[in-house]
Ligand binder design. Sequence first.
Ligand SMILES: C[S@@+](CC[C@H](N)C(=O)[O-])C[C@H]1O[C@@H](n2cnc3c(N)ncnc32)[C@H](O)[C@@H]1O
Length: 583
Amino acid sequence: MSSSNVFDEKFEAAVTKLDAIGIARKTVSPVLTKLLELYDYNWEYIEADDFRVLTDAIFDEPDPKEEQKKQANKRKNPDSDHYNKKLRALLNIQMTLNLGVCPKNTSLSAYKDAHERNISNTSRSQVITSSTDSSTNFEVALSNSGTGKLSFTCNSADHPDFHMPDMESVCKEMEARCLRTYKILEPNFSFIKLLQDTCQCIVDLGHASSGPRESGMVQIVPAMDFLSKPSVSRVLQPNEAGSSCMPPNDHIIHDGVCSSGSPAHDVNDITKGEEHVSIPIINTVGNGILPPPFHYIPCNIIYQNAYVNLSLARIGDESCCSGCFGDCLAEQLPCACATVTGGEFAYTRDGLLKEGFLDSCVAGLPKFHCKICNPCEGHPTKKFIKECWSKCGCARNCGNRVVQRGITRQLQVFLTPGKKGWGLQAAEEIPRGAFICEYVGEILTNTELDERNTQGTSKGRHTYPTLLNADWDTEDVLGDDHALCLDATFYGNVARFINHRCSDANLIDIPVQIETPDRHYYHVAFFTKRKIEPFEELTWDYNIDFNDVNHPIKAFKCCCGSKHCRDKKSNPSRCLNLFLWCT
Ligand SMILES: C[S@@+](CC[C@H](N)C(=O)[O-])C[C@H]1O[C@@H](n2cnc3c(N)ncnc32)[C@H](O)[C@@H]1O
C-alpha cells in the first residue's frame, strides 16, 4: 500500500473513532492536522491510548466564538500584556518594512528628491545626511520631539534607483500583512488606527492638507515602554546594508540602528563572524520576528565572582603532553592526555567520538549517593574528555583538539513550529559522534545565578543556565559561592537555542577538560548520539526534574513530543503552534 493510502486510512480511522464518541469530523480534522505537524507525522504518538492526545487537544481547543469575544475585549483593553505583545510584534514589522523597502539601489540625489516630496516640506521633520567615502547615512526624523527617528545607512554607489516609500503604500502593505499573517478577524481593522492607538502616533497620509502635517508622514511619540528604551550605538555598516541588520524581536529600529540594550542580529549569521561557519536565522513563518537580542560570544566569559584557575603551573606532567609533536592521534602510543579517558583517546582520526566511548557516555555512569542529602536521590557523575592544550607540545590541528577548534558543522537557528520558541537545526547530514558546539555563556557562581533568578534579571519565558556539576567529588566540597554554572541569557552562543527532549534527544552533553585539570570548571560539549538528517532539530536532555520547583533551573511545560516525555503535567495540545507569542 502506498504511504499516502496508509496516511488516509489512519486519518479516517481517527476521525471515525472520535465520531463514535460524538465529536464531528469538522472538529476533528483541523486539530488532527495540527497535531500531525507537531509530531512530525508520528502516528504512534497520536494513536496511543485510544487517541488520547487527539481527544485532549480537541477538548482544549478554544471555542471559536469565545476566542472572537476575547480578541475583541483585548482590543478594547490595550493594557493587557498579551495584547501589547501582539502590537509590539506588529510595530516591529512595520519598522522592518521601512528598512526592508529600502532597495539595494539608492543614490543621494534620488533620495533627496524623494525626501523633498515626502518628508521635508513639514516643519516637524528633517532629514540629516552625513557621508563617508562609501556610504551615506540618512536619518529621517519623523517627529519634532527627536525621539521617533528612523534612519538607515546605505551605500550610495550601489543604490541608484531608490525611491522613498510613501506612507500610504507602506500602511496598506502593513494592513495586508497583518490580515494575512495574524488572521485578524475584525472587519474594520486598520493598521493606521493600530499605530495611532498603540504608540500615540499621528498618521497623516497627506490627503487633508492642513497646517504642517500636509505631507505623508508618521509622527511617532513613543508611549510604550519598549519605545523608550535607550538607543544604542550600532549603526549599519556599509557592507551590511539591506536586510542583514534586522530588529530583534522586542526592539524596534530606532535612531537608525537596530536599537536595544543588546546588539542587533544579523539574519545571515547570528555569530557575526565569531565562528568559522555562518549560522543563519530561519523564520519560515515569514512574520519578521527574530530571536530576542543577546551578545554572541564564542567562548565562556567570567561574569564577576566565579573563580576559574587557569594557571599553567597547576598543570603537571601527568596532565599534558609537552613532549609530543604534530598529531597525538598519529602516535603509536597514546600520550598522557589520554589518561583521563582510560588510556585511549576519545576521538577517531576523523574527528568523531569513538563508538565505545560514546556508548559509555550514553549509558551513563552510576549516580553518586552521598550521605549529606536525606534521602539522597543520587548525584550525576559523567565521563570526561580531556583535550590537549597550550602546555602540550602537539600542533593546533592535533586530533585530540576538537572542541577547542569550535563549530564546523552547518547549522541554523530556526523558529520551531510549536511553543518551544527558537531551536537549532542541522543544515546538512551529520554522522554519529560528531561535535556540534559547546554550551557557551557567562560563568557564574550558583549564588550569582540564584540572585539573577530572585531579582528577576533573567526573567523571561525561556531560561538559559546550565550547572557545571558533572563531577560530584568536586561539587561536594564546593558551596554555592564557589560551584559554577553557565548562563547564556545575555551572553552566549548558538547552544542557547538547543531545546530539551526527554530521553531520546539526538545530542549528548559531555564535559570536556581543556585548560584546567580540576573539574570545578570545564567545557560542556554537544555531540550527536546518532546520525542527523538535514533540517532535523538538534535536542538534548536537560535532565531536569519537572517536579522540582526549587531547582535553580526552572522547569517548563515540556513540549518535546517524545513518547518518553517525563513531564506528566504536559498537555501536548498546549504545545501547538502560536507563532506570535513564542519568543
Ligand atoms: C536554552 S532555551 C532553548 C531556546 C529557546 N527555545 C528560545 O527560544 O530561545 C530553554 C528554554 O526553551 C524552552 N524549551 C526548551 N525545550 C522545551 C520543550 N521541550 N518544551 C517546551 N519548552 C521548551 C523553555 O522555555 C526553556 O526555558
